[in-house]
Design a binder for this molecule. Sequence first.
Ligand code: IMP
Length: 199
Amino acid sequence: MTELIFATNNAHKVNEVQAAVGNRLKVITLKEAGIEIEIPEPYDTLEDNARGKSRTIHQITGKNCFSEDTGLEVASLNGEPGVKSARYAGEEREPSANTQKLLQRLGGSFDRKARFRTVICLIFDGEEFLFEGICNGSIATAPAGSGGFGYDPIFIPEGNERTFGEMTMEEKSRISHRKKATEKLIDFFSTNLPDVKNG
Ligand code: IMP
């Protein structure tokens, strides 16, 4: 089976991506690859952060790898928190503080339109490829549910009445931004490595 290093230390993300790719690819965490570093995300765009992380891991290992960066973009806040999603309420990267800050910034606003956007950067055979996944939705008026992570308790995906936090990982994984970007990654492998298609 084709192995790929996923440049993240976030177990939730690894589980979501592995659930999306099934047995077609074996996703290896940084830890499993023997790399114990926190990779910085210093750039102003999701694309640049994803590229930076993949380049770092590729330089260290010389192996095929991918990374992703995700942001929650709220339309009426000009795309905030966006690339700053992790540190929205401070360097502590505290998810509940981030969600509280966002709820406060939105107040009682009726325009609660938002989207999660994921950018994956794959480095394969030394070449770089970018894949984007978007999940449209809206921001709830109060947190609901304890599933998922980050902003999940306040994000209601389009066509749903429940937040991501109220869904099982499988339910979220079927419709999420990460799933959509991952599907493009899988399509890439199905085209370029046909044996991956059939697992
Ligand atoms: P990063 O991609 O790890 O930099 O994530 C940026 C921020 O967005 C972090 O605060 C995460 O908790 C949050 N985030 C990323 N992906 C998701 C998601 O699927 N659901 C909810 N929050 C997320």
